[in-house]
Design a protein around this ligand. Sequence first.
Ligand code: HEM
Length: 549
Amino acid sequence: NGAHDWAALFEGAISINLFVELSRTQLVLLLGVGTPVAVILLNALRQMIPRRTSDPPHVFHWIPFVGSAIEYGTNPVPFFTKNKEKYGDVFTFTMLGREITAALGAKGNNFVLGGKSLDFNAEDAYTHFTTPVFGTDVIYDVPNSIFMQQKKFIKVALSTEKFRAYVGMIEEEVEDFIASDPAFAATQKKSDEWGSFDVVDVMQEITILTASRTLQGKEIRAALDKSFAGLYNDLDGGFTPINFLFPKLPLPSYRKRDAANRKMTEFYTEILRKKLAAGDPDETDVMVSLAEQRYKDGSSLKEHEIAHLMIALLMAGQHTSSATGSWVLLHIARSPDIAQALYDEQVKHFGSPDGQLRDMTYDELRELPVLDSVIRETLRLHPPIHSLMRKVREPVVVPPSLSAPRSKSHQDSVYVVPKGNFVLASPSVSQLDPAVWVNPDAWEPRRWWVSGGAAASAKAAETGDGEVVDYGYGAVSKGTESPYQPFGAGRHRCIGEQFAYLQLGTIIVTMIRNLELKLPHEVPEHNYHTMIIMPKHPRQIQYRRRRAV
Ligand code: HEM
């Protein structure tokens, strides 16, 4: 209609005039500030439009694309807890363009980790991050059916026979470290003086020294004092949250990571060739065991696949074990009664009339309840990996029992996680759930000694009372519904658990035998800005040489 057209023309003229009047700077300011504000407002409005009732509730966010990334990335556990109270166990949030559906609690763990890999897929969630570090044709760079066979090869290679040989090697590495590293200068003077060490720095060193001496083989251990350490650092520089969030950035650290992967692959391949050519392979060698395995079609692993699996084992165990060891030492240093209980356990089992503690065997190490509960409890309170993710290949219906309580508008609906989303389970949430654990925020190893309670049933489920399944890498306890999952559960469950217990147990025992520890302040908070949850500063532990028994 005519009147309307005139009004529009008039308005247009005013705005043109306005633009002419505005200086260039003002225009830039108007566009520069106005556009983001408009985008933010539009994004907010869009979220107010009712969604499909089958969509899980969505966490509100102001900044499009970024979404809840900052809150989740800075402090995921309070972020999960707050939204769980608001929406129930299942909700979706945006994180840097990804739509992530969290499924929390023990039932959420079961939903995500017990899902079929055709629906909830790990390769799609992780390969962009892991393949440049580990290398091609292994782990998440191959279809799940191939990976499950590779997992079996690793499981076979990590045999109890080898573990028996590893205890003494780890003990020796730790003792040498205490005797020679500047961090332990106070003990080297053979005085009663107190010194202090940065627990993360020390545990990172000890973890790589002991893992390379055992799993990785003596050649890698020898090279660690030379070129290998630098290569490892370059590779590790590509294993950060930035790499996870932004797979391809033109940054030097990305190039260094790729070069390190190439050089390490060559290095492992050369060692393997020499070992196989020597004809009398070392019984304790993991690489040689891998070379002996066959895929279902009869083919053997290629050289580069063996090299890449070795890199994957190194990386999978390094931060997880060093973080756990750091938290254990911090808690022991802060809890003199538990430190004493650990030491008494040593005296009880390995004491001799001359006051010396004799060496322990692998089988004896597994039968030490105080040591076991200290590691178990630390992994409950500080699981190194707080979010386990899968990408949704096919829409999946959320079991109704999982998603309660619901808002009025969603009361009768069934949630469906759409294709293209990620699903996320968090051991951190179920392991701190006050409905499951008594006094969940306290580090209380004794909870694992007493009969009954969540701890006792979690332990029973792990040690064989639960359902046992073979996903293609040997029988394992299914454990997907357990509230205790520091090593994950189901098809993608960790196969390094026994090695981690052996490595951590031997390191802790050796330190406790040699040192008295104390921590003059509370155990630090979690730093979530690293891939693996680490302790924040200050994290210096005070120590002195332990006096005779
Ligand atoms: C898988 C934790 C040590 C090798 C996993 C998963 C978790 C985990 C939570 C499941 C990931 C997922 O479902 O997305 C830990 C912790 C460790 C530890 C807490 C030490 C305290 C190790 C070590 C090795 C290792 C020492 C190697 C020797 C693996 C492998 C997988 C795995 C190969 C399988 C991944 C898959 O199937 O997708 N680990 N890990 N881990 N871990 Fe560990």
